[in-house]
Design a protein around this ligand. Structure first.
Ligand code: ADP
Length: 303
Protein backbone atom coordinates (compact mmCIF):
# COMPACT_ATOMS: atom_id res chain seq x y z
CA UNK A 1 0.00 0.00 0.00
CA UNK A 2 1.19 3.52 -0.72
CA UNK A 3 2.35 5.39 2.33
CA UNK A 4 3.39 8.98 2.72
CA UNK A 5 6.40 9.07 5.00
CA UNK A 6 6.21 12.43 6.66
CA UNK A 7 9.01 11.64 9.06
CA UNK A 8 12.60 12.74 8.64
CA UNK A 9 14.86 9.69 9.02
CA UNK A 10 17.38 10.06 11.84
CA UNK A 11 20.08 7.66 10.63
CA UNK A 12 22.55 6.31 13.17
CA UNK A 13 25.69 5.96 11.02
CA UNK A 14 26.38 9.69 10.39
CA UNK A 15 25.76 10.53 14.06
CA UNK A 16 27.93 7.60 15.17
CA UNK A 17 30.70 8.68 12.79
CA UNK A 18 30.65 12.18 14.30
CA UNK A 19 30.86 10.75 17.82
CA UNK A 20 33.73 8.41 16.86
CA UNK A 21 35.49 11.35 15.27
CA UNK A 22 35.14 13.36 18.49
CA UNK A 23 36.48 10.38 20.48
CA UNK A 24 39.47 10.07 18.13
CA UNK A 25 40.23 13.78 18.42
CA UNK A 26 40.02 13.67 22.23
CA UNK A 27 42.23 10.56 22.33
CA UNK A 28 44.88 12.40 20.30
CA UNK A 29 45.22 14.99 23.09
CA UNK A 30 46.00 12.39 25.77
CA UNK A 31 49.43 11.29 27.04
CA UNK A 32 48.40 7.61 26.80
CA UNK A 33 46.60 5.29 24.41
CA UNK A 34 43.18 4.60 25.97
CA UNK A 35 42.78 0.95 26.85
CA UNK A 36 39.70 -1.16 27.50
CA UNK A 37 39.38 -4.68 28.92
CA UNK A 38 36.37 -6.80 27.95
CA UNK A 39 35.22 -9.63 30.21
CA UNK A 40 32.88 -12.24 28.84
CA UNK A 41 31.71 -15.42 30.60
CA UNK A 42 30.53 -18.65 28.94
CA UNK A 43 29.82 -19.22 25.27
CA UNK A 44 26.68 -17.22 24.47
CA UNK A 45 27.13 -16.51 20.73
CA UNK A 46 25.43 -13.09 20.95
CA UNK A 47 27.77 -11.94 23.75
CA UNK A 48 30.73 -13.24 21.80
CA UNK A 49 29.69 -11.30 18.72
CA UNK A 50 29.00 -8.08 20.68
CA UNK A 51 32.43 -8.21 22.33
CA UNK A 52 34.10 -8.94 19.00
CA UNK A 53 32.35 -5.92 17.44
CA UNK A 54 33.35 -3.61 20.29
CA UNK A 55 36.99 -4.80 20.26
CA UNK A 56 37.11 -4.33 16.48
CA UNK A 57 35.83 -0.77 16.76
CA UNK A 58 38.40 -0.02 19.49
CA UNK A 59 41.16 -1.32 17.20
CA UNK A 60 39.88 0.83 14.30
CA UNK A 61 40.20 3.89 16.53
CA UNK A 62 43.71 2.91 17.62
CA UNK A 63 42.68 2.13 21.20
CA UNK A 64 44.15 -0.82 23.08
CA UNK A 65 41.84 -3.63 24.04
CA UNK A 66 42.03 -7.10 25.54
CA UNK A 67 39.31 -9.74 25.75
CA UNK A 68 39.10 -12.02 28.81
CA UNK A 69 36.87 -14.96 27.85
CA UNK A 70 36.11 -16.93 31.01
CA UNK A 71 34.69 -20.45 31.02
CA UNK A 72 31.04 -21.18 31.76
CA UNK A 73 31.91 -22.64 35.20
CA UNK A 74 33.64 -19.42 36.39
CA UNK A 75 32.81 -18.67 40.02
CA UNK A 76 31.71 -15.32 41.39
CA UNK A 77 35.04 -15.16 43.27
CA UNK A 78 37.03 -15.81 40.06
CA UNK A 79 35.14 -13.04 38.32
CA UNK A 80 35.67 -10.57 41.17
CA UNK A 81 39.36 -11.48 41.29
CA UNK A 82 39.80 -10.67 37.58
CA UNK A 83 37.95 -7.37 37.98
CA UNK A 84 40.19 -6.56 40.96
CA UNK A 85 43.31 -7.23 38.91
CA UNK A 86 42.09 -4.99 36.08
CA UNK A 87 41.07 -2.27 38.57
CA UNK A 88 44.64 -2.26 39.92
CA UNK A 89 46.26 -2.18 36.47
CA UNK A 90 47.12 1.43 35.62
CA UNK A 91 47.44 0.47 31.96
CA UNK A 92 43.71 -0.38 31.80
CA UNK A 93 41.32 2.62 31.69
CA UNK A 94 38.03 0.85 31.06
CA UNK A 95 36.57 -2.45 32.27
CA UNK A 96 33.48 -3.77 30.51
CA UNK A 97 31.61 -6.82 31.79
CA UNK A 98 29.51 -8.15 28.90
CA UNK A 99 26.00 -9.09 30.02
CA UNK A 100 24.11 -11.35 30.38
CA UNK A 101 26.16 -13.61 32.63
CA UNK A 102 25.42 -17.33 33.09
CA UNK A 103 22.54 -17.86 35.55
CA UNK A 104 24.76 -18.93 38.47
CA UNK A 105 26.54 -15.54 38.53
CA UNK A 106 25.29 -12.30 40.10
CA UNK A 107 25.76 -9.49 37.56
CA UNK A 108 24.92 -6.65 39.97
CA UNK A 109 27.52 -7.84 42.49
CA UNK A 110 30.16 -8.12 39.77
CA UNK A 111 29.34 -4.68 38.27
CA UNK A 112 29.69 -3.16 41.74
CA UNK A 113 33.31 -4.46 41.90
CA UNK A 114 34.40 -2.37 38.92
CA UNK A 115 36.35 0.77 39.84
CA UNK A 116 33.78 3.53 39.05
CA UNK A 117 36.50 5.48 37.21
CA UNK A 118 36.83 2.51 34.83
CA UNK A 119 33.08 1.89 34.56
CA UNK A 120 32.82 2.57 30.80
CA UNK A 121 29.42 0.85 30.57
CA UNK A 122 28.09 3.26 33.23
CA UNK A 123 26.23 0.54 35.12
CA UNK A 124 28.02 0.77 38.50
CA UNK A 125 25.74 2.04 41.31
CA UNK A 126 28.09 5.01 41.77
CA UNK A 127 27.69 5.95 38.09
CA UNK A 128 23.91 5.62 38.37
CA UNK A 129 23.92 7.80 41.51
CA UNK A 130 26.10 10.47 39.92
CA UNK A 131 23.74 10.57 36.93
CA UNK A 132 20.71 11.04 39.18
CA UNK A 133 22.48 13.75 41.16
CA UNK A 134 23.30 15.55 37.92
CA UNK A 135 27.02 15.17 38.63
CA UNK A 136 29.78 14.26 36.18
CA UNK A 137 30.35 10.55 35.68
CA UNK A 138 30.39 7.82 33.08
CA UNK A 139 26.95 7.28 31.50
CA UNK A 140 25.42 4.07 30.13
CA UNK A 141 26.24 3.78 26.44
CA UNK A 142 22.85 3.29 24.80
CA UNK A 143 21.07 6.18 26.58
CA UNK A 144 24.10 8.46 26.17
CA UNK A 145 24.19 7.41 22.51
CA UNK A 146 20.53 8.45 22.16
CA UNK A 147 21.42 11.88 23.59
CA UNK A 148 24.33 12.16 21.15
CA UNK A 149 22.01 11.27 18.26
CA UNK A 150 19.47 13.94 19.32
CA UNK A 151 22.30 16.44 19.60
CA UNK A 152 23.70 15.50 16.18
CA UNK A 153 20.34 16.11 14.50
CA UNK A 154 19.72 19.25 16.58
CA UNK A 155 16.48 17.86 18.03
CA UNK A 156 15.45 20.18 20.87
CA UNK A 157 15.28 18.55 24.33
CA UNK A 158 15.07 21.41 26.84
CA UNK A 159 11.47 22.24 27.67
CA UNK A 160 10.16 19.30 25.63
CA UNK A 161 7.91 16.61 27.03
CA UNK A 162 9.88 13.37 26.70
CA UNK A 163 8.02 10.10 27.19
CA UNK A 164 10.15 6.97 27.69
CA UNK A 165 8.56 3.54 27.29
CA UNK A 166 10.57 1.07 29.40
CA UNK A 167 12.30 1.36 32.78
CA UNK A 168 15.25 -1.00 32.49
CA UNK A 169 18.52 -0.29 34.31
CA UNK A 170 20.24 -0.40 30.93
CA UNK A 171 18.11 2.05 28.97
CA UNK A 172 14.87 3.53 30.33
CA UNK A 173 16.00 4.58 33.79
CA UNK A 174 19.34 6.18 32.86
CA UNK A 175 17.71 7.86 29.87
CA UNK A 176 15.21 9.49 32.22
CA UNK A 177 18.13 10.94 34.19
CA UNK A 178 19.92 12.19 31.08
CA UNK A 179 16.77 13.84 29.73
CA UNK A 180 16.07 15.47 33.10
CA UNK A 181 19.64 16.78 33.21
CA UNK A 182 19.00 18.20 29.72
CA UNK A 183 15.91 20.07 31.01
CA UNK A 184 13.19 17.90 29.46
CA UNK A 185 9.94 17.17 31.28
CA UNK A 186 10.12 13.40 31.64
CA UNK A 187 7.47 10.70 31.87
CA UNK A 188 8.42 7.03 32.16
CA UNK A 189 5.83 4.45 31.08
CA UNK A 190 6.23 0.70 31.56
CA UNK A 191 4.49 -2.64 31.62
CA UNK A 192 2.10 -1.56 34.39
CA UNK A 193 1.01 1.64 32.64
CA UNK A 194 -2.75 1.09 32.04
CA UNK A 195 -3.28 3.08 28.84
CA UNK A 196 0.06 3.37 27.07
CA UNK A 197 -1.31 5.34 24.10
CA UNK A 198 -2.80 7.95 26.38
CA UNK A 199 0.70 8.63 27.73
CA UNK A 200 2.69 8.32 24.50
CA UNK A 201 0.36 10.72 22.64
CA UNK A 202 1.52 13.49 25.01
CA UNK A 203 5.15 13.16 23.89
CA UNK A 204 7.04 15.74 21.87
CA UNK A 205 9.89 13.25 22.09
CA UNK A 206 8.95 9.57 22.33
CA UNK A 207 11.71 7.09 23.17
CA UNK A 208 10.82 3.42 23.13
CA UNK A 209 12.94 0.75 24.86
CA UNK A 210 10.46 -2.01 25.71
CA UNK A 211 11.76 -4.95 23.71
CA UNK A 212 8.33 -5.52 22.09
CA UNK A 213 8.21 -5.57 18.29
CA UNK A 214 5.85 -2.90 16.89
CA UNK A 215 4.48 -1.96 20.31
CA UNK A 216 4.04 1.64 19.16
CA UNK A 217 1.45 2.09 16.40
CA UNK A 218 0.61 5.32 14.52
CA UNK A 219 -2.45 6.08 16.69
CA UNK A 220 -0.14 6.27 19.73
CA UNK A 221 2.01 9.09 18.30
CA UNK A 222 1.30 12.81 18.25
CA UNK A 223 1.64 14.14 14.69
CA UNK A 224 5.08 15.71 14.25
CA UNK A 225 6.64 14.07 17.32
CA UNK A 226 10.24 12.84 17.27
CA UNK A 227 10.31 9.06 17.80
CA UNK A 228 13.47 7.22 18.87
CA UNK A 229 13.27 3.44 18.57
CA UNK A 230 15.74 1.66 20.86
CA UNK A 231 14.16 -1.77 20.31
CA UNK A 232 16.03 -4.52 18.49
CA UNK A 233 13.74 -7.51 18.02
CA UNK A 234 14.41 -10.64 15.98
CA UNK A 235 11.25 -11.69 14.18
CA UNK A 236 10.93 -14.79 11.96
CA UNK A 237 10.22 -14.26 8.25
CA UNK A 238 8.64 -16.48 5.54
CA UNK A 239 12.11 -17.58 4.44
CA UNK A 240 12.85 -18.78 7.98
CA UNK A 241 15.61 -16.21 8.45
CA UNK A 242 15.27 -13.81 11.37
CA UNK A 243 14.80 -10.13 10.56
CA UNK A 244 15.56 -7.19 12.87
CA UNK A 245 12.71 -4.87 13.70
CA UNK A 246 12.10 -2.16 16.25
CA UNK A 247 9.56 -1.44 18.98
CA UNK A 248 7.93 1.10 16.66
CA UNK A 249 5.63 0.06 13.81
CA UNK A 250 6.98 1.27 10.42
CA UNK A 251 3.66 3.04 9.70
CA UNK A 252 4.56 5.53 12.45
CA UNK A 253 6.72 7.18 9.76
CA UNK A 254 3.50 8.62 8.31
CA UNK A 255 2.71 10.46 11.57
CA UNK A 256 6.01 11.26 13.26
CA UNK A 257 8.08 14.33 12.44
CA UNK A 258 11.33 12.40 12.75
CA UNK A 259 12.07 8.72 13.32
CA UNK A 260 15.10 6.46 13.83
CA UNK A 261 15.18 3.32 11.65
CA UNK A 262 15.88 -0.22 12.93
CA UNK A 263 18.44 -1.40 12.06
CA UNK A 264 20.67 1.62 11.38
CA UNK A 265 19.36 3.97 14.04
CA UNK A 266 20.32 3.89 17.71
CA UNK A 267 22.31 0.64 17.31
CA UNK A 268 25.57 2.15 16.00
CA UNK A 269 25.44 4.89 18.67
CA UNK A 270 25.96 2.41 21.52
CA UNK A 271 29.40 1.23 20.41
CA UNK A 272 30.45 4.76 19.44
CA UNK A 273 29.50 6.02 22.90
CA UNK A 274 31.47 3.16 24.49
CA UNK A 275 34.55 4.40 22.62
CA UNK A 276 33.92 7.96 23.84
CA UNK A 277 33.46 6.70 27.41
CA UNK A 278 36.76 4.80 27.19
CA UNK A 279 38.63 7.88 25.96
CA UNK A 280 37.02 10.02 28.67
CA UNK A 281 37.89 7.45 31.34
CA UNK A 282 41.50 7.49 30.12
CA UNK A 283 41.46 11.29 30.24
CA UNK A 284 40.10 11.32 33.79
CA UNK A 285 42.77 8.86 34.92
CA UNK A 286 45.75 10.50 33.27
CA UNK A 287 45.37 14.18 32.57
CA UNK A 288 46.53 16.59 35.29
CA UNK A 289 43.56 18.05 37.11
CA UNK A 290 41.50 14.92 36.58
CA UNK A 291 43.75 12.35 38.19
CA UNK A 292 42.95 13.09 41.82
CA UNK A 293 39.21 13.02 41.39
CA UNK A 294 37.13 10.04 42.29
CA UNK A 295 34.90 10.62 39.31
CA UNK A 296 35.18 12.35 35.96
CA UNK A 297 34.98 16.10 35.76
CA UNK A 298 35.24 17.05 32.11
CA UNK A 299 32.39 19.15 30.79
CA UNK A 300 31.56 16.50 28.24
CA UNK A 301 30.76 14.03 30.99
CA UNK A 302 28.10 16.25 32.51
CA UNK A 303 25.27 15.49 30.11
P1 ADP B 1 15.83 -3.30 27.60
O1 ADP B 1 16.37 -4.28 26.63
O2 ADP B 1 15.39 -2.01 26.96
O3 ADP B 1 16.71 -3.05 28.78
P2 ADP B 1 14.04 -4.94 29.20
O4 ADP B 1 13.51 -6.17 28.54
O5 ADP B 1 15.06 -5.08 30.25
O6 ADP B 1 14.44 -3.91 28.06
O7 ADP B 1 12.84 -4.14 29.83
C1 ADP B 1 11.72 -3.91 29.08
C2 ADP B 1 11.04 -2.69 29.64
O8 ADP B 1 9.94 -2.38 28.79
C3 ADP B 1 10.46 -2.90 31.02
O9 ADP B 1 10.70 -1.75 31.80
C4 ADP B 1 8.98 -3.09 30.78
O10 ADP B 1 8.19 -2.59 31.86
C5 ADP B 1 8.73 -2.29 29.51
N1 ADP B 1 7.66 -2.89 28.72
C6 ADP B 1 7.65 -4.12 28.18
N2 ADP B 1 6.49 -4.35 27.54
C7 ADP B 1 5.75 -3.23 27.67
C8 ADP B 1 4.45 -2.85 27.25
N3 ADP B 1 3.68 -3.68 26.56
N4 ADP B 1 4.02 -1.61 27.57
C9 ADP B 1 4.80 -0.78 28.26
N5 ADP B 1 6.04 -1.08 28.70
C10 ADP B 1 6.50 -2.29 28.42
Amino acid sequence: AARTDAARTLGGPPAAAALLDAATRLAATLPVTPSIAFIRVGDDPASESYVRGKAKKAAELGLHSAVYALPDDTTQADLHALIGTLNADHGVHGVLLQLPLPAHLNADAALACIDPRKDVDGLHPVSAGLLWQGQPGLRPCTPAGVMALLDHYRIPVAGQHAVIVGRSALVGRPLAGLLLNADATVTVAHRATPDLGDVTRRADLLIVAAGQAHLITPDMVRPGATVIDVGINRVPTDTGKARLTGDVHPDVAAVAGALTPVPGGVGPMTVAQLMMNTVQAAQNQTVHGHADQSNGASGELLR
